[in-house]
Structures are given as structure tokens and as C-alpha cells.
Design a protein around this ligand. Structure first.
Ligand code: HEM
Length: 132
């Protein structure tokens, strides 16, 4: 038996290729978001260099990589923007489409979809949630 392969869990982060892959995904993701007329307006006054960095660090944590995220919490950053569910769904679709395009394995994609479901209430404005 090969001890290492059976005892060392390999994170999603490592499996997709680590920092460079996450960075590539974030670049493509924001290119798509900024090209989307329904979403671009949110980012007009945003420093996109810092924004890309923060999302990359957060995605790294979601994928089981090292936690170096120093930005605000999701609710703190997003609640003031009054984001509707439809825009949340579009952003989520851009992210999963980019990951699919990059050939990320299905189980990693499923994990990202699960997390997108879990954090929706932090991002979507309280008054815009279904049933709220
Ligand atoms: C799961 C979905 C999302 C994640 C993981 C996410 C992640 C992040 C992160 C990490 C930041 C940086 C916070 C900071 O710098 O302190 C941020 C800021 C921001 N997000 Fe999101 N976001 C999501 C959904 C959305 C949606 C749906 C929109 C708009 C439709 C959006 C628009 C923005 C904007 C405009 C900022 C900059 C806010 C500012 O600088 O004041 N995000 N997001």
C-alpha cells in the first residue's frame, strides 16, 4: 500500500492546481461579470485589483486551501448593496460556468454550488429573499 496516498487528504484546492488556477478562474469570472450589463453597474466604483484578490483568497478557503482572507465578511460587504436573488443567481452562474470551462472536476463544482446555496442569505438583501 502507498501510505501517503491513503492518509493524506488532497484538498479541492490542490486538485485543481492551487493558487494559479484560482487566480485564472477569478480573472475569467470578473471579466464575465463586468461584461454582463445587469451586473457591471455594481462594480463601477470598485477597485477591481483588490476585488479580484479578495475573491481569490475567499475561493481558496472554500476549496480547502490556506486561509489568508482579510476582507470583510460577506454580509457586511453585500447587504448595503440591496442585491436581488436574480443577480445573485447570475453571479453564481458566471462562477460555475467559468469553473466548468476550466475543467474543474464535478465533485469540486458540486461543493462550490453547495457553498453558493449556503451563503446566499448573507449576500442577498434581507428584504429581497424569497418569502421575506
Ligand atoms: C457567493 C457569491 C459572492 C461571493 C463569494 C462574493 C465575494 C465577495 C468578496 C470576497 C468581496 C470583497 C469584500 C471586501 O473587500 O471586503 C466582495 C465585494 C463585492 N461584491 Fe461580492 N460576492 C458574491 C456575490 C456578489 C453579487 C451577487 C454581487 C452583485 C450582484 C456582488 C458584488 C460585489 C461588489 C460590488 C463588491 C465590492 C463592495 C465594496 O467594495 O464596497 N457580489 N464580494
Amino acid at each position: 500500500m502507498t501510505v501517503t496516498s491513503e492518509t493524506t487528504p488532497v484538498s479541492h484546492y490542490q486538485r485543481i492546481g492551487g493558487a494559479s488556477s484560482v487566480k485564472a478562474a477569478v480573472e475569467l469570472f470578473y471579466d464575465r461579470v463586468l461584461a454582463d450589463p445587469e451586473l457591471a453597474g455594481y462594480f463601477t466604483d470598485v477597485d477591481m485589483t483588490g476585488q479580484r484578490r479578495h475573491l481569490a483568497l475567499m475561493l481558496t478557503v472554500v476549496l480547502g486551501g490556506p486561509n489568508e482572507y482579510t476582507g470583510r465578511g460577506l454580509a457586511e460587504a453585500h447587504q448595503p448593496m440591496n442585491i436581488p436573488v436574480a443577480h445573485y443567481a447570475k453571479v453564481g452562474a458566471h462562477l460555475t460556468e467559468v469553473l466548468t470551462q476550466l475543467g474543474v472536476p464535478a465533485d469540486v463544482l458540486a461543493h462550490v454550488r453547495t457553498v453558493l446555496g449556503e451563503v446566499q442569505d448573507q449576500v442577498v438583501a434581507t428584504g429581497n429573499r424569497p418569502g421575506a
